[in-house]
Design a protein around this ligand. Structure first.
Ligand SMILES: NC(=O)c1ccc[n+]([C@@H]2O[C@H](COP(=O)([O-])OP(=O)(O)OC[C@H]3O[C@@H](n4cnc5c(N)ncnc54)[C@H](OP(=O)(O)O)[C@@H]3O)[C@@H](O)[C@H]2O)c1
Length: 237
């Protein structure tokens, strides 16, 4: 994004993000670092407040933070939903008033959220074309309650990661409708299997290749809204 001329605001919870921003700046990228924990409402509020006070506008928001936890207990499921689903939703909501017409929101999602992993009833509910935000939130809460009560498998929920990304994909469709009048595009991207800490060393793609998919979708002018893309091509929900 920096090479395309965007001023990049790179966020992270820890000092590693700051170091990454410094490295990029040394390579001529216009980048600033800010602290942000996407599961901490105060941290989101603080960032949004700073940007508002500075009179900034947000042309592109890339919601990239994500977790893939090994354990499948209730606590892990809650954390997974908080980071992968509620975090992007709250951050997007908090920055919306700074987004002009033509802005873009990109949710870094995953093919693992594909609805074919869900039983027919949940596929119908999550994939409903007229799904409202309230209904989606109810579904995510129902999943968390089912995990807590030990009946997630019986109901047919797949893993927490899959549920969180299917929820995020559904959120993309909900937001795309909510923001269409403001001409803000909202899309999901699956970066493919990428050699990050999450993807591991044997993953197929370099970080640059994974990022390319995200940049391509973020910078499509007058492009589509409410879709999910890999390498610039629409893929199945
Ligand atoms: N790698 C793949 O093959 C692959 C495939 C499909 C989709 N994805 C998606 O791509 C995105 C990036 O994943 P990745 O592969 O880069 O994973 P990663 O190597 O595990 O990095 C995840 C990043 O998310 C940050 N994060 C986690 N919780 C956070 C929080 N509460 N607040 C702020 N940041 C938080 C982590 O920060 P810390 O360093 O502070 O923990 C880390 O920088 C994720 O949404 C993931 O689901 C990845």
């Amino acid at each position: 994004m920096g090479r395309l001329g965007f001023r990049v605001l790179l966020t992270s919870r820890g000092a590693d993000g700051e170091a990454a921003a410094l490295r990029l700046a040394r390579n001529g990228i216009d980048v600033e670092h800010r602290r942000l924990d996407v599961v901490d409402a105060k941290s989101i509020e603080a960032l949004a407040g700073q940007l508002r006070d500075e009179g900034r506008k947000v042309d592109v928001l890339v919601n990239n933070a994500g977790v893939y936890l090994d354990s499948e207990g209730a606590r892990a499921a809650r954390t997974t939903l908080e980071v992968n689903f509620f975090g992007p939703m709250r951050l997007t909501d908090a920055l919306l008033d700074m987004m002009p017409a033509g802005a873009a929101v990109v949710m870094v999602s995953s093919g693992m959220g594909e609805l074919s992993n869900f039983p027919p009833r949940l596929q119908e509910q999550l994939g409903a074309p007229a799904l409202s935000r309230a209904q989606l939130l109810e579904l995510m809460q129902a999943y968390a309650a089912d995990v807590e009560q030990g009946r997630a498998r019986e109901v047919g929920w797949p893993s927490a990661y899959r549920v969180s990304k299917a929820g995020l994909n559904a959120l993309v469709r909900v937001l795309a409708v909510e923001l269409s009048e403001r001409r803000i595009r909202v899309n999901a991207v699956c970066p493919g299997w990428v050699r990050t800490e999450m993807g591991g060393r044997s993953a197929e793609r370099s970080v640059e290749e994974g990022a390319q998919s995200i940049v391509a979708t973020a910078t499509l002018e007058d492009g589509p809204t409410g879709g999910i893309f890999r390498d610039g091509r629409a893929i199945d929900w």
